[in-house]
Design a protein around this ligand. Structure first.
Ligand code: ATP
Ligand code: MG
Length: 425
């Protein structure tokens, strides 16, 4: 029988990589605290309607990418393809509008989309998701964008580009939509089949088509900024001024429309120059009509989602540090069976004192245990044989220098704990 593998496009994050993720979570958690965002653990599946109504029926995510299934009682459920709709649902469901506004929330977790797997594109991938719900102020757009950039700054990422645009609101977007359709109608036959399909349903998406001929056509397309209503225009100007004020670099990109229907006004993306085709590390914007679309009262909001898998890939590509890889500091070596019980006692004393330590459990000889200590990159080994036990000492060997000394059994834990604190281990 063939052994069972993980589903296509789904991967295990193994220990060689997971410690890097833990580092990024640590940095993110501190930034969340610094900016006043509080963590929420959202469910991994929701009622399908949340996404079909929230994200929009004609988006790629809803049309092609959702994992939707019926549960045993026939309800339609969907594995979350993103977190924003869930966060707004949670905000509404728990009456967070009655607290201080905006509610500043974040979460991290896997998202599921049925996509063609390739480097940087998976069917289960992780996002860091930040949302500020309940404020229409452009200062909050600036805060959210600044927060995402602060994550990248503290991680040390370079070669990033911030693209920004405004996608208008329900009062000005239809005007732009018809202007765009008017322009594209003349050259409809030259559009790729996907864009021809988008022409009626979602013409704005034609702007970010990657096909050369479509790009050549849309190069001359009307610019959304020339069609914004007064309110969207001044909101956009204030966001740009705010970004200037905090020294954030950005480029206005008239093609940037984002794939989710709920965006209004600000839309932005952060691209990495080191990722090839899957180059977006972060995307976000304002979604003032999302709450209404899912049955709540009008509630403005703004947020972003950053792709963790792609952040790790970029950091590796740029040779950045993920801090110190956790490793065992001390290996307790049993020199003969008579000393095993005392060695086990020592091992647990070390662990209780917070000294990462381990010991062989398979009855290996001393030589093999020493070799394993080297392979584990332990900084010290504590050797215990019956002679050491009877004399109340431990032989402590420094792996780096090879020097060995005998230490009183009573003092060894304290000594190794101090060494750890001084980061010598
Ligand atoms: P893309 O254009 O790459 O498909 P997107 O616009 O669909 O991205 P968003 O919905 O904005 O992506 O999600 C935010 C971030 O999540 C992206 O910038 C990216 O870093 C990450 N992301 C999205 N889809 C995937 C995926 N299939 N695999 C890995 N990361 C992803
Ligand atoms: Mg996508």
């Amino acid at each position: 029988m063939e052994s069972i593998k993980a589903p296509r496009g789904v991967r295990d994050i193994l220990p060689d990589e997971s410690w890097k993720w833990a580092f990024i979570f640590g940095v993110t958690r501190k930034i969340a605290e610094d900016f006043g965002y509080r963590e929420v653990h959202l469910p991994i599946f929701e009622q399908t309607e949340l996404f079909s109504r929230g994200i929009g029926e004609t988006t790629d995510v809803v049309e092609k990418e959702m994992y939707t299934f019926s549960d045993r009682s026939g309800r339609s459920l969907t594995l979350r393809p993103e977190a924003t709709a869930s966060m707004v649902r949670a905000y509404l469901e728990h009456g967070m509008a009655s607290g201080p506004q905006p509610s500043k929330l974040w979460c991290a977790g896997p998202m599921m989309r049925y996509e063609r797997p390739q480097k940087g594109r998976y069917r289960q991938f992780w996002q860091l998701d930040f949302e500020a719900i309940g404020s229409a102020s452009p200062l909050v757009d600036v805060e959210v964008i600044a927060l995402s950039l602060e994550i990248f700054r503290r991680l040390g990422l370079s070669n990033l580009e911030v693209l920004i645009n405004s996608v208008g609101c329900p009062s000005c977007r239809p005007v732009y939509r018809s202007a765009l359709q008017g322009y594209l109608r003349e050259r409809f036959d030259e559009l790729c089949p996907t864009c021809q399909g988008r022409f009626d349903r979602n013409p704005l998406r034609i702007l970010d088509c990657k096909v050369e001929t479509c790009r050549a056509i849309t190069d001359g397309a009307p610019d959304v900024r020339d069609h914004l209503c007064g309110e969207c225009r001044s909101h956009f100007d204030e966001v740009l001024q705010g970004l200037d004020l905090i020294g954030a670099k950005f480029r206005i990109d008239k093609r940037l429309v984002r794939g989710l229907d709920y965006y209004t006004k600000t839309a932005y993306e952060v691209l990495s120059g080191d990722l090839g085709a899957q180059n977006a590390v972060c995307g976000g914007g304002r979604y003032d009509n999302l709450a209404e679309a899912i049955g709540g009262p009008h509630t403005p909001g703004v947020g972003f989602a950053a792709g963790l898998d792609r952040i790790v890939l970029t950091m590796e590509q740029q040779g950045l540090s993920f801090g110190r890889e956790p490793s065992i500091s001390v290996i307790v070596v049993v020199a003969d069976e008579a000393a095993r019980d005392e060695a086990v006692r020592l091992l647990y004393e070390l662990r209780r004192a917070g000294v990462p330590s381990d010991m062989d459990t398979s009855g290996k000889g001393v030589k093999a245990q020493m070799k394993a200590a080297g392979a584990a990159k332990a900084c010290c080994v504590c050797i215990l044989g019956s002679s050491e036990v009877s004399r109340g000492v431990v032989a402590l060997k420094e792996m780096a220098t090879g020097s060995q000394e005998e230490i009183e059994r009573e003092r060894v834990v304290e000594r190794l704990a101090a060494k750890m604190k001084a980061a010598c281990c």
